[in-house]
Design a binder for this molecule. Structure first.
Ligand code: ZN
Length: 583
């Protein structure tokens, strides 16, 4: 085709046909000469051909529309039509005495072009600076596969330097993603095919961006190899994660372990789970299974009634409203009570007898807490819950489902009893529950959770590091300290006996949450090393039964693992280092 077109260029000697010849107008000859000159100067290459007979369209070689023509025939397209040329030139060339007007046309046109050009530059700059990452990271972006032609996806590592995900090359030279820990990190690390989830999704951009040294990139370019994407170093610890995974066993539920001072997530387990290595083969089965939802990360996406773990906020509100008299609270529990016309009973119908606030909290007495709840100021109670992240967004590497507080300003009095013991319409995620405990362990200050510590280039050079994100104060230090004491008493004298040991000190709250399914959900949320909190653990076992008997012993497994392996020493030193660096 190329050749044919060249021939066409050579052979064609277009003559001006009548159709193409400029019609004589009543303009004077001089003007016409001038017009032709300006015409030749201004019109694009392809416009010139007919007027001058000099050449044909400049980009003809690429133009299929010419391929079928007989050599020598002049194309009857508007490009060769001078009447159109005339019209165009009329826009620019002054008609007798109207120079001013046409100059204004030019001015307007130039201005418009400038404006459009400026807009284009602005859009490109904005796109490359702000939006490129979001667009590349989007799991819906199909073009990110074109990025994969230049970069081999980077690795994901644990805080203790184990590989959690990497890209290998099989015997046929095909890339594949490999997860050495199989199901154990399924939800936290996620997967990178069938859409993306977990760290694979949240850090897709970093994994597909290479910060290898230029010389390395150049060498690989010469060898025709891809650059290697950055390594995402998570805060997760394989020892703690493995212990949590085993402790939950075949039960459904979620476990989180977070350092309250730094917000670093050390373990994140959700069950049922899946093996990301065989996701391709299992995909149909997974989607066929009803009500199993093994892809769901229950730590951040599971909404549960908090049960008695919620009594932490009911107690806090009561302390805030009665700073001088909360210690004088007394109640005699008979195992059941009617408050605001709602019948409430204690767990197993047990009567707890004579109680103050501390004993009612330690024994998790429902009837006492319903009494407390009924004395609260509704609007202040709602505000406290808003402050403590109910009905609001939680900022984290993974999307956290919004928790829901059961009361609003239009609520009936009869709605309050159930809400004050964590039942009713209140629902929350394990992540949210863990963060409330982090804030109390931090003397009332919220911490931003994170599960990625830093990004490194494939050759191990640090690219960026996550800063510790201290949030706002949610409670007065003195009130937080009162809660810490209450939580400690739960362990030493109440339902948290499973974490009452001389191997470590712990404080926390159990929960046994009624729900629409079969059997109560079993909760524990608490922290270890009460004088200087190291680790917050939050456990929920769906339909597991009593929090004291099921969830709390699992928390003990995690605390034990943390101290047996002296992880606290390791991580505390590093946290101190980073704090020093910040100051
Ligand atoms: Zn009771």
């Amino acid at each position: 085709m190329r050749k044919k077109n060249r021939e066409y260029v050579k052979n064609s000697k277009p003559k001006l046909t009548d159709r193409m010849r400029p019609r004589k107008s009543n303009r004077d000859y001089v003007m016409e000469q001038q017009n032709n000159k300006e015409n030749n100067d201004r019109l694009p290459e392809r416009g010139r051909s007919a007027a001058t007979g000099r050449s044909l369209p400049g980009n003809m070689e690429d133009d299929d529309s010419y391929s079928d023509r007989i050599p020598g025939e002049v194309p009857r397209t508007p490009r060769g039509d001078l009447s159109r040329v005339e019209k165009i030139e009329g826009m620019f060339v002054p008609k007798s005495g109207k120079r001013l007007r046409t100059n204004r046309y030019m001015l307007y046109t130039s201005f418009l072009i400038l404006l459009l050009f400026g807009g284009l530059i602005f859009y490109l700059a904005r796109f490359t600076t702000y939006e490129a990452e979001a667009i590349i990271t989007s799991p819906y972006n199909k073009r990110s596969s074109s990025l994969a032609q230049n970069v081999r996806r980077g690795s994901i590592k644990s805080a203790n330097d184990k590989v959690l995900a990497e890209t290998g090359i099989d015997d046929d030279g095909e890339e594949y993603r490999y997860y050495p820990y199989e199901d154990i990190f399924a939800h936290a690390v996620g997967y990178a095919n069938h859409g993306k989830a977990g760290v694979e999704s949240a850090y897709n951009y970093e994994l597909m961006t290479s910060h290898e040294r230029l010389i390395e990139q150049f060498k690989q370019g010469i060898r025709g190899r891809k650059n290697i994407g950055d390594t995402v170093v998570t805060t997760l610890d394989t020892r703690l994660q493995k212990r949590a995974y085993e402790a939950l066993g075949s039960r459904r539920g979620a476990i989180l372990a977070i350092e309250p001072k730094t917000g670093k997530v050390r373990a994140m387990v959700s069950k049922p789970d899946f093996d990301p290595n065989t996701l391709d083969a299992d995909w149909e089965d997974i989607n066929a299974e009803e009500n199993n939802s093994c892809l769901l990360n229950r730590c951040v996406q599971g909404l549960y009634p908090p049960g008695s773990t919620y009594k932490i906020l009911t107690a806090l509100e009561y302390i805030e409203e009665n700073p001088g008299s909360y210690q004088k609270f007394t109640y005699r529990c008979k195992g059941e009570d009617i408050v605001n016309s709602v019948h409430i009973s204690c767990y197993g119908g047990q009567s707890h007898g004579e109680e103050d606030l501390s004993k009612a909290f330690a024994k998790s007495c429902n009837t006492a807490f319903v009494q407390i709840g009924s004395r609260l100021n509704l609007n202040r109670f709602i505000n406290l819950n808003r402050k403590f992240l109910f009905d609001s967004k939680i900022d984290f590497d993974l999307t956290v489902k919004q928790s829901r507080f059961g009361l609003n300003s239009r609520s009936e009095k009869s709605d309050i009893p159930q809400t004050s013991i964590g039942q009713g319409n209140t629902l929350m995620t394990p992540m949210h529950n863990a963060l409330i405990m982090c804030a109390i362990a931090n003397d009332g200050v919220l911490i931003k959770p994170s599960m990625v510590d830093r990004i490194e280039s494939a050759d191990g050079v640090e690219v960026s590091r996550t800063k510790v994100g201290r949030g706002k104060r949610l409670a007065d230090e003195s009130d937080a300290k009162i809660l810490q004491k209450l939580l400690r008493t739960v362990v030493t004298e109440g339902t948290g006996y499973a974490v009452n040991t001389d191997r470590y000190t712990a404080a926390g709250k159990t929960g046994t949450a009624e729900n629409s399914g079969d059997g109560d959900h079993s909760w524990f949320v608490g922290y270890s090393n009460v004088e200087d909190p190291d680790l917050v653990v939050c456990v929920i076992v769906e339909n597991g039964g009593a929090g004291s008997e099921v969830a709390a012993p699992i928390a003990d497994e995690l605390f034990s693992c943390y101290y047996d392996n002296e992880m606290y020493r390791d991580y505390r030193d590093r946290a101190d280092d980073s704090e020093d660096a910040e100051d």
